[in-house]
Every structure is written in structure tokens, then in C-alpha cells.
Write a protein that binds this ligand. Sequence first.
Ligand code: HEC
Ligand SMILES: [Cu+2]
Length: 311
Amino acid sequence: MTLLPRASNFGTEIDSLFNALLGLSVVVILAVFITMIVFTVRFRRGRDVDRSGESHRQLGIELTWTLVPLALFVGIFVWSIRLWVDLRTPPRDAEVVYVIGKQWMWEFEHPGGQREINTLHLATGQPIRLVMTSQDVIHDVSIPAFRVKQDVLPGRYTDEWFTPTRPGTYDLFCAEYCGTDHSRMGGTVVVQSPQDHAAWLAGHGTQTLAMQGRTLFTRYGCAGCHDPGAAVHAPALNGLFGSTVPLADGRQVRADDRYLHDSITLPASDVAAGYAPIMPSYQNRISEADILALIAYLKVRGTDQEPAHAR
Ligand code: HEC
Ligand SMILES: [Cu+2]
């Protein structure tokens, strides 16, 4: 039973699971209601039937109606858990697209720096991992044709992945009530052939996200403290992403997206060991989009992928 287009790698399996649950429910409902109706007619008042019950107990029947449903439902459980794990495990070659939700629009950022509002261009066959955050309240990216849905939270990165399989135009909805214009907070996913998509990317690229990040690094004054030669004693931030950072309070944390994000908005909460807590907080002074660009830059800072820049 499909009322929706099926346009991602998850389409068939999620629909099969749904149909299996639906079929099983129908079987159980029929079994219960048919038995109920038969019994109400058969044992109605005034009918001369044997009501002694207990007397003819049959182990075979009891075992059957206990074990068969048990096996069916455990089977469904195992099936759905495997599908869930698959849904939560993006493949290594998945391309990241950043998503920012705000009242009441969606902003998308491709690694090549292309930015889009309420429209997202993707290519068939390319696994995509959406890394998502919110600028204000809780939102939720739901793309029914891809059978994916995930909450988007302020101050946190959540993700969802899929591989578009069929070119076309599909709806994207906000699936978490987020205020007055929630019902209008949506957009369109345009799935193109790989060739068309490459052409689209080339036609809309300006500067990669990391290059935009480098510009912002100077504009927000980060460079004044963090670049070599700065008068302030601050970490160089080279090769920081993915490393283990010793903190002033003795804890050790892994420098992931979340850590970089919080270092910018809440620098006082995780102070690097050996430094004074003098970094100003950028909370409410910087958009989530700019933070994403800064993080993209920090990921390549000090590596050979670092974008060239003028000082
Ligand atoms: C006034 C100087 C100053 C400015 C401006 C500044 N920082 Fe910092 N930053 C520091 C110092 C000092 C630390 C180390 C203490 C700490 O962790 O708070 C630090 C820590 C960090 C860390 C964590 C480093 C680690 O090794 O764990 C990151 C990431 C960072 N800054 C990024 C930025 C970005 C991005 C900006 C601009 C938006 C910025 N900083 C602006 C001084 C500054
Ligand atoms: Cu919303």
C-alpha cells in the first residue's frame, strides 16, 4: 500500500515493515472480533449450550496461540531494530549537508558553500547525511518520500541520512509544532541526476564553506587571538578537530562538532587546560550558519586542505 512516492533507499523496507504491521494487526483484529461475535451468538442467554468451560482444556491450542504470536512479534521487533540501526548509521562516503531550522524557514548549506533557503538540491545515488541544528526552538525535518524524520534541536547537532533514488521534486515538512507559522514551515527537495546536480553545484558555488569560515574567523575577531603572532595566549586550533582536549578542570573531551560549537557559544563551560578563560562568548552574536562555516574552517585549519587567505 503506497500513497506516497518512494524515492530513497529506505522506501521499500520501511513500507514492507509498515505493511507487515498493518497485516498482522488486521489478522489479530479479525481473530478477536470474529471469535467475539461467534461467542456472543453461540452463548447468548437462553441458549442450551455447555457453559462449564474449564473441563476440556487443550494444551496444544494454548501453546499455539501463545507461541505463534510471540514468534511473530519478536520477529517484527528484530526486523525493526535492524532497520533502525541502519537508519542511524550513515555510510562513510555520505556527503554532509548542513541544515538550520529557524522560525519559520529552512536553510541548507552544501560543503562547497552553496546555500539554499527552503529548497534542497540533491543527486540520485549519493548518500546524504543531514547535520541539523536550530537557531531557536525545536523543529523537525521530515521528508515523507524518503521515509526519514528527525528532530532538530537548538544547541545540538542531530543527523539523518538517506540516498535519494529517484529524480523528482518532493515535499519537506517541519514535523514539530514550532509556533504560528509552523504549518507553513516546509520546503522542497529537488533530486537531480548526478550530471544535472554537478552542473547545479558548479553554477551556484562561490566559496567553499571552509573559505567562508576563514573570512568569518577574521571578521569576528577570532584571528586576533588565535592566529600565530597574536598578543594573546590562545590555542592555535590547528588539527583540533577529532583530537582529545585536556580541560582546565581535569576532564578530557573529544573535539567533535558539538565541542567546537560550544567553544564558540559557551567558552566558559569547557576551558582548555593551560589557558585563561578570556574568550568572549559569541552566543546570540553569531548565527548558527556562521558557526557551521567557522567549524568547517576549523576542521581544515592547519592541514593541507586549508583555504588560502589574504591577511
Ligand atoms: C580574546 C581572545 C579570543 C577571541 C576573540 C576568541 N578566542 Fe577562542 N579561545 C581563546 C582562549 C584564551 C581559549 C582557551 C581557553 C578556553 O578554552 O576558553 C580559546 C579557546 C577556543 C577554542 C577551544 C580550543 C581548544 O583547544 O579546546 C575554540 C574552538 C575557539 N577558541 C574558537 C574561537 C573562535 C571560532 C573565535 C571567533 C568566533 C574565537 N575563538 C575567538 C581566546 C579567544
Ligand atoms: Cu519548525
